[in-house]
Design a protein around this ligand. Structure first.
Ligand code: HEC
Ligand code: HEC
Length: 363
């Protein structure tokens, strides 16, 4: 982390130095429109070369698949059925889809999730898009694999409230599930297989091949000049890349951005006071579909996310040193904010379109 940080600091300081020299030149020649245009093209070309050689910008590759849970079509199909089946919940009304709805960016569009008893939960339902790329799951990183994660919400009294010791028997009496598990695992219905199938299905919920990825793979025309300027800010002056970098645009580390929130974040797992309010850096693929933003859903739009960073975050007492020292001095101009937004929108990409399958025992 520290190495990355200095690397970025040095590149961005030198980038800033370059661009101000260029803009002086530009002013001198401003009367000559054509020369101005040519210089601007030079600027963009310089940016492109810089960005393409930035090792922290990496196009999304294949989703990692654990050795003990290889994917198959039958398993993905079963996982999809389980994802949509409300009978996995205690009252038979809540499914994974309730809070991770394909039509709402695989989140629920709410500030924080609604508990099974109708009261408000504490956290925002994150998208499950690209969740197969994380090295830890949940806002506080308390689960390590999708297999492990999947049984969490099923038994959580606030989410699906389904005691796990009854779940297998419940599915066994639904006509059709036996065959589906047999086809997928050559095995019977078990909790482990439920987790594996849900994990496999979620590994297919990926936003990739965005124009950003095409650009990084060498298609210099994949992004407009405005989007390139936005990516250049993302990777330089606006410091976003400090935490949102590499594949899936996350370092999988934890930070307190200064959001005014009672949430203890990573502290609940480590017990280390320095972790109070620290949250795992989310990836940014699919981001245009997943408002509202942040672990507490407190920011409505991407414009406001940019404003939040531009003021160095809010005032949580445990706000990260990086936010205090660097983000508070961004001073992005209105045009720069627009450019950055244009780039973020590219990351929205095209989420997979999934519709509710016919469930076992349903006509
Ligand atoms: C009642 C709403 C609700 C239901 C139902 C629900 N989830 Fe979630 N899900 C959430 C919330 C809220 C979080 C974040 C919780 C946290 O970080 O503490 C989350 C987190 C996740 C994550 C982690 C994403 C990340 O970025 O780390 C995955 C994966 C996930 N859920 C999958 C599922 C699956 C699979 C099911 C069905 C078995 C399910 N969820 C059911 C609300 C829900
Ligand atoms: C110090 C690390 C760090 C830096 C720098 C940083 N981010 Fe973040 N980002 C995070 C963390 C951590 C979160 C989640 C915070 C939370 O929910 O409390 C986040 C959340 C976000 C979200 C909301 C994601 C969601 O799913 O709700 C967006 C959008 C975002 N960042 C974009 C940016 C942009 C644009 C920049 C540059 C201006 C930036 N980030 C700089 C760490 C960082």
């Amino acid at each position: 982390m520290r190495k990355t940080f200095f690397f970025i600091l040095i590149t961005s300081v030198s980038l800033m130095a370059c661009s101000s020299a260029n803009s002086q030149e530009k002013m001198m020649l401003d009367e000559h429109g054509e020369i101005h245009q040519a210089l601007e093209n030079d600027d963009i070309n310089d940016m492109i070369e810089n960005l393409l050689s930035n090792e922290l910008l990496v196009p999304l590759g294949q989703v990692p698949v654990p050795e003990d849970n290889p994917m198959s079509a039958a398993m993905i199909e079963l996982g999809k059925i389980l994802f949509f089946d409300p009978r996995l919940s205690g009252n038979n009304e809540v499914s994974c889809q309730t809070c991770h709805d394909p039509e709402l960016g695989y989140g629920d569009g709410k500030v924080t999730f609604t508990k099974i008893d109708g009261t408000q939960g504490l956290r925002n339902s994150p998208t499950v898009l690209n969740s197969g790329f994380y090295t830890t799951l949940f806002w506080d990183g308390r689960a390590e694999t999708l297999e492990e994660q999947a049984l969490g919400p099923i038994q959580d009294p606030g989410e699906m409230n389904q005691p796990l010791d009854e779940l297998v028997d419940k599915l066994r009496v639904i006509e059709g599930y036996d065959e589906l598990f047999l086809a997928a695992f050559d095995d019977e219905i078990t909790l482990e297989n439920i987790g594996k199938a849900l994990a496999s299905f979620q590994r297919t919920l990926v936003v990739n091949e965005t124009r950003y990825d095409l650009f990084l793979k060498g298609d210099r025309k994949a992004l407009s000049a405005k989007e390139i300027r936005g990516l250049d800010l993302f990777a330089g002056k606006a410091f976003c890349i400090t935490c949102h970098h590499s594949e899936n645009l996350t370092d999988n580390e934890y930070y307190n951005l200064g959001l005014n929130s009672e949430d203890k974040g990573r502290f609940a797992i480590t017990g280390d006071e320095r972790d109070i309010g620290r949250i795992r850096t989310p990836g940014l693929y699919g981001i245009t579909y997943t408002a509202p933003y942040m672990h507490n859903g407190s920011i409505d739009t991407l414009e406001e996310v940019i404003e939040f960073y531009n003021r160095g975050g809010d005032n949580h007492p445990n706000k990260s040193m990086f936010m205090r020292m660097f983000m508070s001095e961004l001073h992005l101009t209105a045009e720069e904010k627009g450019d950055l937004l244009a780039f973020l929108k590219v990351l929205g990409g095209d989420p997979p379109i999934i519709t509710k399958p016919i469930l076992p025992g349903e006509k």
